[in-house]
Ligand binder design. Structure first.
Ligand code: NAP
Length: 541
C-alpha cells in the first residue's frame, strides 16, 4: 500500500518555497523540463523582496536594464524600464508581468507560509506544512526564500509600551504610512535607512536618525531611462548578459585593472571624482584592488569621508557620519539620493547610539543612555537575519529527523551554497556559501536555478530519486568559502550582516562566497560535468 507521501509524490515532483525572482524562474524552468511543480508563497502576491519592502524610497541599487531576467529574449526586449534605478513598485510590476506572461500563477499557492519541512526517508519525499495547516509533499524541495527576508527587529525593552506606530522596513504596510507632521525616529543607517531617511525627512514633522555605525554611501545619480540608451541596451543584450555572467559580481561594468596606489595621488583623486559624478556601485570598480588591499581601500574611504565633510554643514554631525570602523565596500555599499544632504535640514537630528545606546522604548518615544527622544512613530531599518534566517524560520528536518537549526548551530555549512549534508533532495537557491548577496541577484539566481533544473533533469533521466551532498564535500567547500573571504578585506567589517554580526547571538561565520560569480559558476559546471562530484546519487528504492 502507498504511504500518503508516495501518493503526493505522484502529484508533484518539486515544491518551491517563495515566489520572488528565484521562485518564479525556478517554476518556469521546471515546467519547461516537464516537471510538475508547486510554489508556496507567504505573501498574497509575487515579488519576494519587492513585495515586502515597500518602505519610502525603496529602490534597487543595480541598474534596471540588468537587474532583470535574461532567460527570455522577448521579455527583455518588450519590457521598458523608466528609471536608471528602478523603484520598488516598478520591479513589482515587472515581476507581476513575468508571472502573467509565463502563466505562472496557476501553480503558485499564495498566503501559505511554510512552517515545517520534513524529509521522509523511506519515500524519498519532502513533506511540508503551512501555517494554515495544509500539507504538501514532493520528491524535491527547492527553497527560493531570499537572502534578506527574515526581519531583524531589535529587542528594545519596553517596545510594547510605545504609544506610536512602529514598522520594520521589510514588512511595510501596503497602504503606506502617512508621516505628515509626525516626529519620526529611524533606527538604522544601512542601504535601507539611507534610502528611506531623505524621503521620510521630506514628509515628517521632525526626523531623528538613530545611527549605530556610520556608513559609506555613493550618490546613485538616478534619472529617467533615456530612450536612446534603452534602445542601445536592447540591441546589445547578448553582450551585456555575457559580461554579467563572466564578471565577479554580476554587474556588466569593467573593473579597472590598475592598483589604486600605482597612479599619482592627483590622478587617483580625479578617477574617484569622475566615479563619484557617475555614481552607483560602479564606484567600487575605480581601481582593481579596493577590496583586496587595505592601503588602496584607504584612499577610496578617505575620498568619501572628504565628500561627507564637504556636504554636511554642521561639523559635529559630519564627524558622526564619517565611517571609520570598516573599509569601504566591506559591507554592501549603499547608494543614495541626498542622504548626507538631509542632515543639513533643520528638522533632522542625528543621534549616535554607539556613543549613547538605546536603553528602552517608553510610551512616548526612545530613551538612550544620555537623553529621551519624544516620537510619534518608529521605523526600524535594522536589516535582516540574512541568508540563514529565512531557512531557519522553517523547521527543516532532514534524514533521521535532524533539525537544520541544530546542524547549523555553529553557522551554516553547505556544498556550493546549494545543498546541506543530511538533507537529501533539498536545494537552497542563493544559500549561504553561494555568491548570492555579493552579486547582482537576478544573475546569481538564474545561474543557480539553471544548475538545479539541469541536475533534476539528470537525476530523472537516470532513474535516480535521491541526491545528497556529503559531509566531506561540505567541509571542503566551507574551507574554500572561508579562504575566498580572507583573500579580500570583507571580513574586516565586524558589524556586517555578511558575518551574521547584526543579529545578537548569531554565530560569526562569513556566509557568502567571495570568490566571484564567474569562478563559482565554472566550478558548479565542473561538478555537474564530472557526474555531480561531492554528491551521492541514489536510484529509486
Ligand atoms: P543592514 O545593512 O543590516 O543595516 C541595518 C542598520 O540597522 C545598520 O545601520 C545597523 O547598525 C542598524 N541596526 C541593527 N540593529 C540595531 C540596533 N539594535 N540598534 C541600532 N541600530 C541597529 O540592513 P539594510 O539596510 O536593510 O540592508 C540590508 C541589505 O539589503 C543591504 O546590504 C543590501 O544588500 C540590501 N538592500 C538593497 C537595497 C537596494 O538594492 N538599493 C536597498 C536596501 C537593502 P550596524 O551596522 O551597527 O549593525
Amino acid at each position: 500500500m502507498m504511504t500518503m507521501a508516495e501518493q503526493d509524490t505522484a502529484l508533484t515532483d518539486v515544491l518551491v518555497v517563495g515566489a520572488g525572482f528565484a521562485g518564479l524562474y525556478m517554476l518556469h524552468r521546471l515546467r519547461g523540463l516537464g516537471f510538475s511543480a508547486t510554489v508556496l508563497e507567504a505573501g498574497d502576491g509575487v515579488g519576494g523582496t519587492w513585495y515586502w519592502n515597500r518602505y519610502p524610497g525603496a529602490r534597487c541599487d543595480s541598474e534596471s536594464y540588468y537587474y532583470s531576467y535574461s532567460f527570455d529574449e522577448a521579455l527583455q526586449q518588450e519590457w521598458e524600464w523608466t528609471e536608471r534605478y528602478p523603484e520598488q513598485p516598478e520591479i513589482l510590476r515587472y515581476l507581476n508581468h513575468v508571472a502573467d506572461r509565463f502563466g505562472l500563477r496557476r501553480d503558485i499557492r499564495f498566503d501559505r507560509r511554510v512552517t515545517d519541512a520534513v524529509f521522509d526517508h523511506d519515500a524519498d519525499t519532502w513533506v511540508l506544512h503551512t501555517d494554515g495547516g495544509e500539507r504538501y509533499a514532493a520528491r524535491f524541495l527547492v527553497t527560493a526564500v531570499g537572502c534578506l527576508s527574515s526581519a531583524n527587529i531589535p529587542r528594545i525593552p519596553g517596545l510594547e509600551t510605545f504609544g506610536g506606530g512602529w514598522f520594520h522596513t521589510g514588512r511595510w504596510p501596503h497602504e503606506g504610512v502617512d508621516f505628515s507632521g509626525l516626529r519620526v525616529g529611524v533606527v538604522g543607517t544601512g542601504s535601507t535607512g539611507i534610502q528611506a531617511i531623505p524621503v521620510i525627512a521630506e514628509h515628517a514633522g521632525h526626523l531623528t536618525v538613530f545611527q549605530r555605525t556610520a556608513n559609506y554611501s555613493i550618490p546613485a545619480r538616478n534619472g529617467p531611462m533615456e530612450p536612446g540608451f534603452q534602445r542601445e541596451v536592447k540591441q546589445n543584450y547578448d553582450a551585456i548578459r555575457r559580461k554579467q555572467r563572466a564578471s565577479t559580481n554580476g554587474h556588466p561594468f569593467d573593473v579597472s585593472e590598475r592598483p589604486a596606489l600605482s597612479v599619482p595621488e592627483e590622478e587617483r583623486r580625479a578617477v574617484y571624482a569622475a566615479a563619484w559624478l557617475r555614481g552607483g556601485l560602479r564606484f567600487r570598480a575605480a581601481f582593481a584592488d579596493l577590496l583586496t588591499d587595505k592601503d588602496a581601500n584607504d584612499t577610496a574611504a578617505e575620498f568619501i569621508r572628504n565628500k561627507i565633510r564637504e556636504t554636511v554643514l554642521d561639523p559635529v554631525t559630519a564627524e558622526r557620519l564619517l565611517p571609520r570602523d570598516h573599509p569601504f565596500a566591506t559591507k554592501r555599499p549603499p547608494i543614495d539620493t541626498d542622504y548626507f544632504e538631509t542632515y543639513n535640514r533643520e528638522d533632522v537630528t542625528l543621534v549616535d547610539v554607539r556613543e549613547s545606546p538605546i536603553v528602552e522604548a517608553t510610551s512616548t518615544g526612545l530613551r538612550t543612555s544620555s537623553a529621551e527622544y519624544p516620537l510619534d512613530c518608529l521605523v526600524f531599518a535594522t536589516g535582516f537575519d540574512a541568508l540563514t534566517g529565512p531557512l531557519l524560520d522553517i523547521d527543516i528536518r532532514g534524514a533521521g529527523g535532524r533539525a537544520l537549526r541544530d546542524v547549523w548551530a555553529d553557522g551554516p555549512r553547505t556544498y556550493l551554497g546549494l545543498q546541506v549534508a543530511g538533507f537529501p533532495n533539498l536545494f537552497t537557491i542563493t544559500g549561504p556559501g553561494s555568491p548570492s548577496v555579493l552579486t547582482n541577484m537576478p544573475t546569481a539566481i538564474e545561474q543557480h536555478v539553471d544548475w538545479i533544473a539541469e541536475c533534476l533533469n539528470h537525476l530523472r533521466s537516470r532513474g535516480l530519486t535521491r541526491i545528497e551532498t556529503t559531509d566531506a564535500a561540505a567541509e571542503a567547500w566551507g574551507a574554500h568559502v572561508n579562504s575566498a573571504a580572507h583573500r579580500t578585506l570583507l571580513p574586516m567589517a565586524e558589524s556586517s550582516w555578511y558575518l551574521g554580526a547584526n543579529v545578537p547571538g548569531k554565530p560569526r561565520v562569513f556566509m557568502p562566497y567571495a570568490g566571484g560569480l564567474a569562478a563559482y559558476a565554472r566550478h558548479c559546471d565542473e561538478v555537474a560535468a564530472a557526474g555531480y562530484v561531492g554528491f551521492a546519487l541514489t536510484p529509486a528504492l
